[in-house]
Design a protein around this ligand. Structure first.
Ligand code: AMP
Ligand code: ZN
Length: 490
């Protein structure tokens, strides 16, 4: 294993050495999508960031159990305890069963994740499939006197909990400050404390998704599902819990409170949060109206888009920013990413054709160290990408006979370029189906046949001229042991 991995822990607000609870094994839980509508590109950024983290942990040799849930019940409008269930609301709107909504958008989510070449998690549990576990956990919290029931709804007693455990520790805030930021309770409110949140919500006559419980028919609150499912599959204390930064203050703070109240243990060793994708500095979200969908991005069918961008260009665009920094969407940045992605993929082809020498002009061991140092420093992909561009530069220089490389160094360069670009960054070659690309492919096959004839006649000036003319159009031909190959250079 290379050096020491460090990760930024939201809980301590510092970078810490990554030492899993059970050596060699990692338990990773990431809050998944609420499947009542299509995921927007901002949601995708969070899932792609954790895909990168998962991939690098696998590369380091850890055995990872990666759990990413599907929220298919209990996530209310406005993330508070009032309002309509998001699924029921959408079901009424689309005139479908709530479970039809869930199924439709779960399939859509999986399609998008596949387009972005993300690895499937080890387990993808649903809230509706774990109602019993959630009820058991709520019963346990009530028995430990951190929750109370009123008219079939169960509330978590935040002020009582805070007497023993620091409630706002994840965001480093005191209860008094949190209380100040919340509105006074009105006569309509059932709950006792302003910060109290629902663990179980009593069904109204019109509620569509409901289950029997010790407190009558109802449905679980949003936060309890993640506590119940993470502890079921990863244990009462596990290594990494992730999600977008917007989940810190409420969802994750409440998850900690629930698990701690239940087990008297802090549930997670490292809390990791990804920063937001923004558009003109405003967080991408459905409510802001700036949340375009991956499909619109691929086709260019949105007023904010100058053209369509391929899934791998978009994935590379995301990798060029650290997961804890905001990433602002722009057409210029995406167009630069298209070129950068093409340059890296071209270098993976070129590296296969390089000739070796007795000495190396570049220090490949230093280059390798720079790649690992970047990733071990809290998954610093922008620095890794800079090193990979340096790798591409070396490859092109050797190819142009401006630099030399030994057989051993070439092996390291080839293996690590492939490892970091394909296995860790998760980039893959894109096969275009556009008619222009198909025509180019056909034309190049014709040209390579003509070149073969010219060479057979030993007309070397004509063959050189053909190669140079193609070069002017950024097309490179190389002779390999398997015959000539062509690629597009910059
Ligand atoms: P949701 O489906 O709303 O529960 O969100 C799924 C995930 O996407 C959560 O981890 C959110 O924190 C994350 N998320 C939502 N909006 C953005 C955004 N603009 N940028 C990055 N992540 C986001
Ligand atoms: Zn969650």
């Amino acid at each position: 294993m290379q050096n020491q991995l460090t990760v930024f822990n939201t809980l301590s607000r510092t970078k810490e050495k990554f030492e899993p609870i059970h050596p060699g094994m990692v338990g990773l839980y990431v809050c998944g999508p609420t499947v009542y509508s299509d995921v927007h590109l901002g949601n995708c950024r969070t899932f792609i960031s954790f895909d990168l983290i998962y991939r690098y942990l696998l590369h380091l040799g850890f055995k990872v159990r990666y759990v990413r849930n599907i929220t298919d019940a209990g996530h209310l409008e406005g993330d508070r305890d009032e309002g309509d269930d998001k699924f029921a609301k959408k079901a009424k709107l689309e005139q479908l069963e709530p479970m039809e909504i869930v199924h439709k958008y779960t399939l859509g989510f999986h399609d998008v994740m596949r387009e972005f070449n993300t690895l499937s998690p080890s387990i993808e549990p649903t809230a509706t499939g774990h109602i019993c576990e959630q009820i058991e956990m709520i019963k346990e919290i009530i028995s430990k006197k951190y929750a109370y029931e009123i008219n079939g709804t169960v509330y978590f007693d935040v002020e009582k909990y805070n007497k023993e455990f620091p409630y706002g520790q994840l965001t480093n805030r005191k209860l008094e400050d949190l209380l100040e930021g919340t509105r006074e309770l009105s006569g309509q409110d059932e709950k006792r404390g302003r910060l109290d949140f629902a663990l179980w919500i009593a069904a109204k006559p019109e509620t569509l998704m409901k289950w029997p419980s010790p407190w009558g028919w109802g449905f679980p609150g949003w936060h309890i599902e993640c506590s119940a499912m993470s502890s079921k599959y990863l244990g009462e204390t596990f290594d990494i819990h992730g999600g977008g930064m917007d989940l810190q203050a409420t969802h994750h703070t409440n998850e900690i409170a629930q698990s701690q109240a239940c087990n008297h243990k802090s549930p997670v060793k490292y809390w990791m949060h990804t920063n937001m994708l923004t558009v003109n500095g405003v967080r991408m979200s459905k409510s802001a109206g700036n949340g375009f969908l991956p499909g619109q991005l691929f086709t260019g069918n949105h007023p904010l888009l100058e053209k369509g961008y391929s899934p791998m260009a978009v994935r590379f665009f995301m990798m060029q920013t650290h997961y804890r920094s905001t990433l602002d969407f722009s057409n210029e940045a995406l167009q630069a990413s298209e070129k950068g992605y093409a340059r890296l993929m071209a270098s993976l082809k070129t590296v296969e054709t390089l000739k070796t020498s007795a000495t190396s002009t570049s220090n490949i061991q230093n280059w390798k160290k720079a790649c690992y140092d970047a990733m071990n420093d809290d998954f610093n992909t922008p620095i890794l990408v800079a090193s990979l561009f340096e790798g591409a530069r070396i490859i092109n220089s050797v190819n142009d006979n401006k630099e030399t490389i030994t057989t051993d160094d070439l092996q390291v360069l080839k293996t690590l370029m492939q490892t970091f670009v394909v296995d860790v960054l998760g980039l893959k070659a894109e096969t275009s189906n556009s008619s222009a690309d198909k025509a180019l492919q056909g034309a190049m096959e014709v040209i390579l046949e003509i070149r073969k004839d010219i060479k057979a006649k030993k007309d070397y000036p004509a063959s050189d001229k053909l190669r140079d003319d193609l070069n002017k159009h950024h097309i490179q031909i190389k002779d390999t042991k398997d015959g000539p190959v062509w690629s597009i250079s910059e």
